[in-house]
Design a protein. Sequence first.
Length: 356
Amino acid sequence: MSGMLTLSNGQTFTGHWHGIDTEIQGEVVFYTGMTGYEEVLTDPSYKSQIVVFSYPLIGQYGIQAKHIQSKKIQAAGIVVAELYEGPIEKGAMALAEFAKRAGVPILSGADTRSIIKMVREAGTMQSHLSPAGALPDVWKPIQTQFFADEQKQQEVVQSGEGHPHIGLIDFHYKSSILEELLQRNCKVSILPHTISTEKLDALQVDGLLFSNGPGDPAALEALFPVYRDWAERYPSFGICLGHQVLASAFGAKTAKLPYGHRGANHPVMNLKTGQVSMSSQNHSYVVEEASLGQTPLAVLYTNVNDSSIEGLYHPALPLMTVQFHPEAAPGPAEHLELFDQFILAIQQKKKVKIHA
């Protein structure tokens, strides 16, 4: 069956339809990595987006449970140049079957090169994915807020029994972030992002990790004063959305990039050491450098390609944030040491308390 991707600027791209017979709308974004589609599709940061893959063949190694980053596919739709439908490793599931079970359609045979070029030139936009070439009746606004329906207090979930005790502030975290903490023998309490300060303090955590997540950090503006209070009292580490939220909590502003950073080969520079390393990224928003003058924060990492901010630190507090994903999944593992630095900051603060 044929299908079509329609962009809100009127451009259409046809292909072969796989999966359920339904129409969807979502912000069209593109991912430039050669591998990692399992992690990308289940990464909560891609929630409700239509993901276009630049690599010409997707699905070669199927889907394996160990690479899944959340309980389901988070993307609303998938667009590829060619969908691999041949044999895969025993125990893996074909991408087409995985998407079908999740109710997520795939459009294959599309001119992904032209789609991506258009998005790069015009910026991300709303798009419509449909079978048989149906056109949208009404264009819905791009969804950027994902937390309005999650204000009910959820239960705290604990994993691991070691030390230190990390509070993982859950904005829709990737499972690989939790796994990195557990591999370092941490006890982790997964906390709803709306948890009260009273309940947080009662848990006696040693440090806080503000997770990745989807959408606009401004959706969490009402909680910025709370998050600043926490970060001033607990060693804190922010990743992706968590980076943006902590920066905003200390007074910085964020802005949306024309087409975002999504790939596994984005070079970043550590301004303290001058070292350049490759990073895995998936974000639409960035912290505006001009707004940092009204904050106590300083720049730690910048993007080599466009000079945007990729990391911050507080000169007087054990606080560090990164826009990229140090846990990779997918991508290079060059920044796993940041988890070790976070744990070291916690240990050093505990020593100060002991000797005080």
